[in-house]
Ligand binder design. Structure first.
Ligand SMILES: Nc1ccn([C@@H]2O[C@H](COP(=O)(O)OP(=O)(O)OP(=O)(O)O)[C@@H](O)[C@H]2O)c(=O)n1
Ligand SMILES: C[C@](O)(CO)[C@H](O)COP(=O)(O)O
Length: 239
């Protein structure tokens, strides 16, 4: 297949935001007068290397088309995040012939041009990679069995070596065709994959870790909105 373009952003935005407990899916909650989805999309629109943006939406979504510009491609997603990402990746491969995809959660509005460039620069000569953060806390693995006297409270099995553990962020950048194959394989074999890297790891592909930033956290629970507002205000001060 002849590739026409290099870098396409795929933004999964088809979730329902159950943990946010809001009156609408969290990607449509606003900080500084713009939805989380718009903040995420704008970071890619403003990046000179990103040629296409695909936003993956819920089948019942009637909002995306009204708030996004016409040049953003809108695709319908699926039940699980990996189904939604695969729908976007299929479009990037078949309709846009894009060589690379950068998959980024709509729910991470703290992404910016600098972080996107850092990921592309570090990954473009490899099989792919992701933004991620080394952990700062001591990390506990919980025991599979409950405490005899405190059965409702989890207990420690062991302390893990945190030097060996990073927490995954997005964007996650891979060759479009390779990610398509990996996601198809994972879905067909019911593998438990919570990000694109896990699908690539299952194929035995090397995945690079590029240090991200705490401001690029995933808005998940109600209290996260205030933190996202804070980071956004901070980033505007330094622009
Ligand atoms: N079937 C799904 C599920 C999730 N997502 C997207 O994947 C990103 C990360 O997922 P998460 O934070 O878990 O979002 P939700 O699934 O919406 O949240 P929750 O798990 O609390 O319901 C979000 O931008 C979400 O919209 C998606 O496109 N399709
Ligand atoms: C892709 C991701 O944001 C990386 O941290 C995360 O795995 C998504 O997980 P969720 O289960 O959809 O919240």
């Amino acid at each position: 297949m002849k590739y026409k373009s290099s870098y396409t952003a795929v933004i999964p935005a088809a979730g329902i935001g159950a943990r946010m407990q809001a009156y609408k899916p969290k990607q449509y909650l606003k900080i500084q007068k713009k939805t989380l989805l718009e903040h995420s999309v704008n970071a890619f629109t403003n990046h000179p290397l990103i040629e296409h943006i695909i936003v993956v939406v819920h089948p019942d979504d009637e909002t995306a088309r009204t708030i996004l510009t016409k040049d953003v491609h809108i695709v319908v997603g699926g039940e699980e995040r990996c189904d939604s990402v695969l729908a976007g990746v299929n479009y990037a491969h078949e309709q846009l012939q894009s060589e690379w995809v950068l998959v980024h959660d709509a729910a991470r509005p703290g992404i910016n041009s600098g972080l996107i460039s850092k990921l592309i620069d570090n990954v473009k000569c490899s099989t792919g990679g992701i933004l991620a953060l080394p952990l700062v806390d001591t990390v506990k693995q919980i025991s599979p069995t409950a405490s005899a006297e405190h059965s409702n409270t989890p207990r420690v099995d062991k302390t893990l070596d945190r030097e060996k553990i990073w927490s995954a962020q997005t964007p996650q950048m891979f060759k479009t065709a390779a990610l398509q194959q990996a996601l198809q394989f994972a879905i067909q074999h019911s593998l438990s994959i919570t990000d694109e890297a896990s699908a690539m790891e299952a194929m035995g592909t090397e995945v690079l870790l590029v240090e991200g930033h705490p401001m690029n956290f995933k808005v998940t629970k109600p209290e996260d909105l205030q933190l996202a507002e804070y980071y956004l205000a901070q980033s505007q001060l330094t622009q």
